[in-house]
Design a binder for this molecule. Structure first.
Ligand code: CO
Length: 342
């Protein structure tokens, strides 16, 4: 069974509904020719195609690609983290309701992930609990809120809450650093996103957050964890040689690779091989970024081309790990090293 953990939707939301987030709020313009445009207020943001909002062509694309299940996340443009928190909470309730409605077209194929007003972790915890009760199967969060990284105490409390209510967390980079120096050529996607994700993972590790977060937390980072795996040796070396680096983390960064998962969206079998060597085959899950143009067009092609994987490892990465991560078919979430020790 092939499960894609990283896909996006932009459910139908009108201009008036987008105004909940202010005059430049996001909404979906559907064009007469069947295409669409993601809008920010009056501004055109990005042209999009029907599988982003319409379950019928989405399921048809999944059937054509042999994908059994997709975890369905909103589009980061929709997070609303910059808005006043109570308004953002109302917005998230609306978005989450629309995601549920979209996934209801094929409840055994589309796993709804909610979004939350992460700028206010207490409100976010309430939103996540409501969404889970309504049928959401996980939560999709951005990798930071303004200047607050994931190791912010409030965001850590939110992650603890997710672990307590059994809600898996998918972390997506957004609002990329260095924007003024990455004005063209989609450089924020090519350089900013991988750096953002590495920053989030290293921030959690070096702050000692994984020493406090429950081992039952299910956490997955998109885009193969960004630059993390390739630069893990550099981080370990720094931890060994500089007290500044290891001040808050009792173990080197490579100690914590059993505390989170990553998706497979690295687009090069050699990079995926390194990722599997670093994370282990039980910590890498198919993720494509469907239906965006930067996504993997043939879901699983990089996994199938990855050298040195046996059939069982391929099956884990194509779907077995995700089935455990999202507790599909009653499958239990994987036991972590810490739980095994306990
Ligand atoms: Co994505």
């Amino acid at each position: 069974m092939i499960v894609d953990v990283h896909t996006h939707v932009f459910p139908p939301l009108s201009r008036a509904e987008g105004r909940l987030l202010g005059p430049a709020g996001p909404w979906l313009r559907r064009n007469a020719d069947g295409t669409g445009m993601m809008m920010c207020g009056d501004e055109e943001y990005r042209p999009v195609s029907a599988p982003l909002w319409d379950p019928a062509p989405r399921i048809a694309a999944m059937d054509a690609a042999g994908v059994a299940v997709q975890a369905v996340s909103s589009t980061p443009l929709m997070f609303g983290y910059g808005c006043e928190a109570a308004r953002a909470a109302d917005w998230c309730d609306l978005v989450n309701e629309r995601i549920l409605a979209l996934c209801a077209a094929a409840p055994d194929r589309l796993l709804p992930l909610c979004q939350v007003p992460l700028q206010d972790p207490a409100l976010a915890a309430g939103t996540a609990a409501r969404a889970a009760a309504a049928g959401h199967r996980g939560v999709h969060i951005g990798n930071h809120v303004g200047d607050r990284n994931l190791d912010d105490p409030g965001i850590l409390a939110f992650l603890e809450h997710c672990a307590a209510i059994g809600l898996p967390v998918l972390v997506h980079p957004w609002d990329m650093l260095g924007a003024t120096r990455m004005r063209g050529h989609m450089l924020p996607w090519l350089c900013g996103m991988p750096a953002e994700t590495q920053l989030s993972i290293l921030g959690l590790i070096l702050s000692g957050a994984f020493e406090r977060l429950p081992a039952s937390l299910r956490l997955c980072f998109c885009h193969g964890g960004g630059s993390f795996a390739f630069l893990l040796g550099r981080a370990d070396n720094a931890w060994r040689n500089r007290d500044l680096v290891r001040a808050d983390s009792p173990h080197p960064p490579s100690h914590y690779t059993d505390r989170f998962s990553v998706d497979s969206a690295v687009f090069d079998p050699r990079a995926l091989r390194l990722l599997v060597d670093v994370m282990g085959p039980e910590r890498v899950m198919l993720g494509t970024d469907f239906p965006f143009p930067l996504g993997e067009k043939d879901p699983g092609e990089t996994i199938r081309a990855c050298p040195g994987l046996d059939g069982a490892e391929q099956a884990l990465m194509l779907g077995g790990n995700a089935a455990a991560f999202f507790a599909l078919d009653g499958a239990r979430p994987k036991t972590t090293a810490t739980e095994r020790i306990a």
